[in-house]
Design a protein around this ligand. Structure first.
Ligand SMILES: Nc1ncnc2c1ncn2[C@@H]1O[C@H](COP(=O)(O)OP(=O)(O)OP(=O)(O)O)[C@@H](O)[C@H]1O
Ligand SMILES: [Mg+2]
Length: 222
């Protein structure tokens, strides 16, 4: 599903080039549940953003479903991102002007799901995350953990082929965190490919494979 070949990502400042990713090779098959670990600043979010078409590598090749990403038009990338990928951001990225209900509904609108179906799907998510009573509130009126739950609901509501989750449980109480990890496991069992970034060894174990990023290099652990 995902093939990264010799990916570099660097930023150029006046007199120096700083590498965030260096010679990253990675193959991820459909149906896998991969955990990416590594210290702060190791490039985990950068890698996830590249996989989700939100950032581009400086060098190297990225193939998504066999298609070379650098040859896709901007429009196709947006289309891919919207129709195949659910993204849980490290910093939520909820839309401040939309309430909980509308935030969760957004990806379904982009995908052209009919209004009646949307209603049922969003209601199911609100129910699952115990957020029915909060559905009319705006992100600024929610706690960090509640915002995270909304972000998770938004990412999975359309059952994407690929879920990219950047520390999905970072702001949650351990019990809620466990609930989310079990939910991700279930979605993976049902066929969703998942790549999560996590600092927790315990959460990493929910996946079938752990990848550690350090100084821009990938180290596979099994
Ligand atoms: N636009 C940018 N310009 C320069 N450097 C950048 C830019 N964006 C990211 N970086 C650098 O890339 C490195 C990797 O950042 P990234 O967010 O991928 O780390 P991370 O592994 O996700 O860390 P954390 O665990 O803290 O979330 C950091 O050192 C960061 O400063
Ligand atoms: Mg990060």
């Amino acid at each position: 599903m995902i093939q990264l070949k010799n990916i570099d990502k660097y930023y150029d400042a006046k007199f120096q080039r700083t590498f965030v990713l260096k010679g990253v090779n990675l193959d991820i098959e459909q149906g896998e549940f991969v955990s990416i670990m590594g210290p702060s600043g190791a490039g985990k979010s950068t890698l996830l953003n590249i996989i989700g078409f939100l950032d581009e590598p400086s060098q190297g090749e990225y193939l998504f479903l066999g298609d070379p990403a650098n040859q896709l038009k901007e429009k196709q990338k947006v289309q891919y991102h919207r129709s195949h990928i659910g993204f849980i951001f490290q910093a939520f990225h909820l839309i401040d002007e939309m309430n909980v209900y509308e935030n969760i509904e957004t990806p379904l609108v982009y995908r052209g799901v009919k209004s009646k179906e949307r209603k049922a799907m969003v209601a199911d998510m609100l129910d699952r995350f115990n957020m029915v009573a909060k559905k009319d509130l705006f992100p600024s009126q929610l706690s960090g953990g509640q915002q995270q739950l909304v972000a998770i609901a938004r990412a999975i509501v359309g059952s994407p082929k690929l879920l990219l989750a950047d520390e999905p449980t970072g702001n949650l109480h351990s019990e809620q965190g466990e609930m989310i990890m079990k939910l991700l496991k279930k979605l993976n069992d049902e066929g969703m490919t998942i790549i999560q970034v996590t600092h927790s060894k315990e959460n990493a174990q929910y996946g079938n494979r752990i990848i550690t990023l350090k100084d821009g290099y990938v180290k596979e652990e099994n």
